[in-house]
Ligand binder design. Structure first.
Ligand code: T3D
Length: 263
């Protein structure tokens, strides 16, 4: 399901999702987030989609919550942000983390507030060399949300995460790479092509096993060692019964490249 604000295109097993409110740096309205959630949930169900790429139209990736929509008209009561975060942002983070396929964020410009947080929730971030990341919440008297306080300290450590979240300073793409916050930085002009090629490569891999790997990575963020070892054993049992495993071993023994069907 696509919309004016969420453009989609599927090719070669890759679903490309483009956030499309470029005049306001793809800041997020309720309508846009609902459309994005529907597309992410659809991708989970669609066997032809084996990797997802998220990017932004225009010069920004996503500037977080649309602050015009979040600000009540004169005389109206303040929005219940707790309810709004639970309804709008938390489901997006859960959808990305539960999607049993790799999700790549191609960050083409500024990623601010919940826009940066959404990128952190993805499996890979590829950033254009002119991209930047800003935990803008502190600048407007809010707390980081959309999983930022969960993912960012794990990505960059508590010192850097605290500085980003309390100071709201801009982190450049090169700094982000040095911090371990992004997987790769590429020339801005090649970002989309390189990210699509990367996602297309992921889409030819053993998708079912990649989905299980993602489940294990999610679990590792909360498990102790014993629980994690048990989860690995359990999911290895599941992976070992997959068609892709049969194909992978047959290809190895046959000294040929595997052709994974993703199940
Ligand atoms: O609602 C809730 O439940 C609470 C949850 C909140 C989650 C959040 O995400 S809170 C954080 C919200 N985001 C921000 O605070 C970021 C606000 N934007 C900025 O600080 C700057 O725009 C940027 C640093 C991201 C980029 O700066 P710059 O100079 O490159 O661009 P700009 O000129 O500021 O923005 C370009 C246009 O986009 C501009 O509109 P105009 O003047 O051309 O008509 C600007 O107003 C608009 N824009 C940018 N961000 C937002 C926005 N409009 C609405 N909401 C935005 N978040």
């Amino acid at each position: 399901m696509a919309s004016d604000f969420i453009l989609t295109e599927t090719a070669g097993g890759v679903l490309t999702i483009t956030l499309n409110r470029p005049d306001v740096l793809n800041s997020v309205t309720a309508r846009m987030s609902a459309d994005l959630l529907a597309v992410l949930n659809g991708a989970a169900e669609d066997d032809t989609v084996r990797a997802v790429l998220v990017t932004g139209a225009g010069r920004g990736f996503c500037a977080g919550q649309d602050l015009a929509e979040a600000t009540p008209a004169e005389g109206k009561p303040l929005q219940d942000f707790a309810a709004h975060v639970r309804k709008v942002y938390n489901p997006l983070v859960r959808a990305i983390r539960r999607l049993p396929k790799p999700v790549v964020a191609a960050v083409n410009g500024v990623a601010a507030g919940a826009g940066a947080s959404l990128a952190f929730a993805c499996d890979f971030i590829i950033a254009a060399n002119n991209a930047s990341f800003i935990q803008a919440f502190a600048k407007i008297g809010l707390v980081p949300d959309t999983g930022a306080t969960f993912f960012l300290p794990r990505l960059v450590g508590t010192q850097r995460a605290t500085a980003m979240m309390m100071l709201g300073e801009k982190v450049t793409a090169d700094q982000a790479l040095a911090f371990g916050m992004v997987y790769r930085v590429v020339e801005a002009g090649t970002l989309l092509d390189e990210s699509k090629a990367f996602a297309a490569q992921l889409a030819t891999q053993a998708t079912f096993a990649l989905g299980l790997t993602k489940r294990l990575i999610n679990a590792s963020l909360a498990n102790d060692l014993d629980a994690q070892l048990e989860a690995e054993a359990d999911l290895q049992g599941t992976a070992g019964r997959s068609d892709d495993f049969r194909e992978g071993v047959a290809a190895f023994l046959g000294k040929r490249a595997p052709t994974f069907e993703g199940h």
